[in-house]
Design a protein around this ligand. Structure first.
Ligand code: LLP
Length: 423
């Protein structure tokens, strides 16, 4: 379900023509749908309405201030993995006491920031991190509420690069050492071990591996309680996937919610969820203009003005994004297999190979669908291209939520050394 549809032959985001956005903002640009973002959040929130739940939106999926603010206004908390994400979430209106701090490499400064603001919880991933957290909390005279993120030894994830629940990955504490970690936490000053967390990977289409991981987490929570620990929360992580192609049919949020509730049973805890892609994925598209059609050696290259620096997922994970022309093709227009590529000087700057596409010509506009999650957040200035612009649509209104920096702004952060300029 999303709010991108053709109206009078032109692809719209809610009530706004994407052609109009391209004219106003230029291309490439991300365009997000407010109604889609809010709808996805609400579906989850409603499914757990009668439970004590914190839906901590995984900011890494889309950290635009406008997007976070939209979700914060709905009541979302935030799952963050850096000081930058934490400050952004707070700037967007997420109260600190609804922020979960995840990640294997929290710096001293990040821990201090979290403690200073009184965040909801640190998801701790190693013994040295636990000790660092205890020491800093002691120095600051604060208490640190923590959950350990356990690595449940469950295989899942849409791609090996985004699977995190197996022992080979750096994530989580070993499943069989969990009790020892909680024992150590209870001995350390200024640490409150109050939760158990898990996250086994991203773009997971079937609920079964998630359920297997959740069951382990719930059994651990029960055991810890029996052993006298004050476990008040379980964090089921993020990870429910979204369809990127026709025919891809991930288990629905309804199934997800039903299974989560079943696994929790009568365990009286606050449930924490960290969805990212599920909320932002199909709430955004990347619009781009055709620069050239290049025919060579029997291949047709559609060269766009968007590159892998703007949308990295195909280059990094061989990910599939549907590419739609902004104008519906003429009835009966023949499709031809083309390679859709960007302007970056890398062979991996290819969004699709042998993709059947309706006729496209120089100047035409296209949209990469389902680009709202891990699109703009993974963008870079590679090839010295200013960071991609972003817009947010609500009904007939469209606001630029991140403007494209000028070349001067991009260059201003750098300088040539004095030994050149004064010489
Ligand atoms: N919680 C933690 C601790 C995570 O590491 C992640 C994602 C999430 C929650 C949110 O997962 P989601 O609900 O979005 O699946 N760049 C990759 C995805 C990387 C996911 C990293 N962690 C991609 O574009 O597919």
């Amino acid at each position: 379900m999303h709010h991108f549809n053709y109206r009078n032959g032109v692809l719209h985001c809610e009530g706004v023509s994407l052609e109009a956005v391209a004219r106003e903002l230029g291309t490439p640009a991300y365009v997000y749908s407010d109604a889609t973002l809010r709808r996805h959040y609400r579906v989850l929130a409603d499914a757990f309405a009668d439970r004590n739940v914190l839906i901590a939106y995984a900011v890494k999926a889309n950290s635009n201030l406008g997007v976070i603010a939209t979700l914060a206004a709905e009541g979302a908390g935030a799952d963050v993995v850096s000081g930058g994400e934490m400050l952004k979430a707070m700037a967007a209106g997420v109260p600190a006491n609804r922020i979960v701090f995840s990640g294997v490499g929290k710096s001293e400064a990040e821990i201090r920031l979290g403690l200073e603001h009184g965040i909801f919880q640190f998801n701790v991933e190693s013994m040295p991190e636990l000790h660092r957290l205890s020491r800093i909390a002691q120095e600051m005279g604060k208490r640190a509420p923590i959950a350990f993120r356990v690595n449940p030894h469950v295989e899942a994830g849409g791609h090996t690069h985004i699977s995190t629940g197996t022992p080979e990955t750096k994530f989580g504490i070993a499943w069989h050492e969990a009790d020892a970690f909680y024992d150590e936490a209870s001995r350390l000053p200024n640490i409150d071990p109050i939760g158990v967390a898990v996250h086994i990977g991203s773009q997971i289409l079937r609920i079964d591996p998630m359920r297997a991981a959740w069951e382990k987490v719930v059994s651990l929570a029960r055991r810890l309680r029996d052993r006298g620990f004050n476990i008040q929360r379980v964090d089921f992580g993020g990870g429910l996937g979204v369809p990127y192609k026709d025919g891809e049919d991930p288990d629905s949020p309804t199934i997800y919610a039903r299974q989560a509730r079943e696994v929790l049973g009568n365990l009286d805890v606050q449930l924490v969820l960290e969805p990212g892609r599920l909320i932002a994925g199909n709430a955004g598209v990347l619009i781009s203009r055709v620069e050239y059609i290049k025919e060579r050696d029997g291949r047709i290259f559609v060269i766009l003005d968007a590159g892998m620096n703007d949308l990295l997922r195909p280059a990094l994970y061989a990910a599939h994004h549907e590419v739609l022309p902004l104008r519906t093709p003429a009835m009966g227009a023949e499709r031809r297999a083309v390679d859709i590529v960007g302007p970056i000087c890398e062979s991996t700057d290819r969004f699709a190979k042998d993709r059947p596409m309706p006729p496209l010509k120089e100047g035409d506009l296209v949209a990469f669908m389902t680009a709202g999650a891990y699109g703009a957040t993974l963008s870079s200035q590679y090839n010295s291209r200013p960071l991609v612009a972003e817009a947010l649509v609500r009904g007939d209104a469209c606001v630029v939520v991140r403007r494209r920096p000028t070349f001067d702004e991009m260059i201003a952060l750098e300088r040539a050394p004095d030994w050149i300029t004064s010489g």
